[in-house]
Design a protein around this ligand. Structure first.
Ligand SMILES: Nc1nc(=O)c2c([nH]1)NC[C@@H]1CN(c3ccc(C(=O)N[C@@H](CCC(=O)O)C(=O)O)cc3)C=[N+]21
Length: 279
């Protein structure tokens, strides 16, 4: 039976650090502000926004959700980004991805003030992640790395197989894993014979957004399985891994909920506080 990689335990250590920083700011009458930019109503983004508001508020960080309709014009979105860039009470901006298909995610990313860019989406920050020189990476890949570090899972020389090539998860995570000397394969919806690749993984990371994509036949016995998926199925939140079936095959596995997602949210709040330095 696999070791369960408990995201809540990893999150707890970060929450304590965040609380100390928030208290130090409060003593100087400063409140950190996080703006969440949600366009349309992607289910995973809505779950994420709800969670972030609860967590940030509980930790003493002001979180505001700026919600635009799914058919918002690009100029409307860009105007809102510029407004948040200029707003001195906002220290971090998180545009929820994916954006509706008529909007160009790269133009929204490029409009962000690089210093307020919580998810390292601006081309400057994304480029620094790709060259291994960044001060910070997107929050979900950082959460994956934090879980691996917490459980002393060394990826050096290991084969990490990522399913998903988004700018928010798959691509930056590949760079972070390469930085730790893993051998990385990135798979996606056009990959032929996915199972042949996933079965070679020492560390298998599913970030496809497809419930039960990963069954036990796709997992090498003894592999570490990291489930990044957040899917809503009949009102319940499930990942991309058929958890109960994979549990007896894997050496270690993250649950959903309570795995990567639980760490990602604390990474966002931590990122919003970054502009205040170490204190
Ligand atoms: N720019 C951008 N960056 C993202 O990282 C990003 C995004 N856009 N768009 C949406 C997806 C989704 N996502 C989640 C992260 C954490 C939880 C989360 O907190 N999950 C909890 C609770 C789930 C529940 O409510 O049961 C858990 O897994 O334990 C959910 C969803 C980040 N995403």
């Amino acid at each position: 039976m696999a070791l369960i990689l408990d995201g809540k335990a990893v999150a707890a250590a970060y929450k304590a650090k965040i609380k100390a920083k928030v208290d130090a700011l409060a003593a100087r009458n400063i409140t950190c502000g996080l703006a969440i930019l949600l366009v349309g109503d992607d289910a995973a983004s809505r779950i994420y926004a709800d969670r972030l508001v609860k967590l940030a508020t509980g930790l003493g960080v002001r979180a505001v959700v700026r919600h635009l309709p799914a058919d918002a014009a690009e100029e409307e979105v860009l105007t809102l980004v510029r407004e948040l860039n200029a707003d001195g009470s906002i220290h971090g901006i998180l545009p929820m991805m994916p954006l509706p298909p008529h909007l160009a995610a790269d133009r929204v990313a490029a409009a962000l003030a690089p210093d307020k860019d919580v998810d390292a989406l601006h081309p400057l920050n994304a480029g620094l992640v790709a060259t291994g020189k960044s001060r910070w990476a997107p929050c979900t890949p950082r959460a994956v790395m934090a879980i691996l570090a917490h459980y002393h899972i060394d990826v050096s020389g290991k084969h990490a197989v990522i399913i998903g090539r988004s700018n928010v998860v798959g691509k930056p995570l590949a760079h972070l894993l390469l930085g730790q000397n893993a051998t990385v394969t990135v798979c996606h919806s056009k990959t032929g014979d996915l199972a042949a690749l996933t079965r070679q993984a020492d560390v298998l990371i599913a970030a496809a957004g497809r419930p039960a994509l990963i069954g036990p036949d796709m997992v090498r016995p003894g592999a570490v399985v990291i489930d990044v998926g957040i899917n809503e199925v009949n009102g319940a939140v499930v990942g991309d891994v058929a958890y109960d079936a994979v549990l007896p095959v894997a050496a270690a596995i993250t649950p959903v909920p309570g795995g990567v997602g639980a760490v990602t949210t604390v990474m966002v709040v931590e990122a919003a506080l970054r502009n205040f330095g170490d204190l």
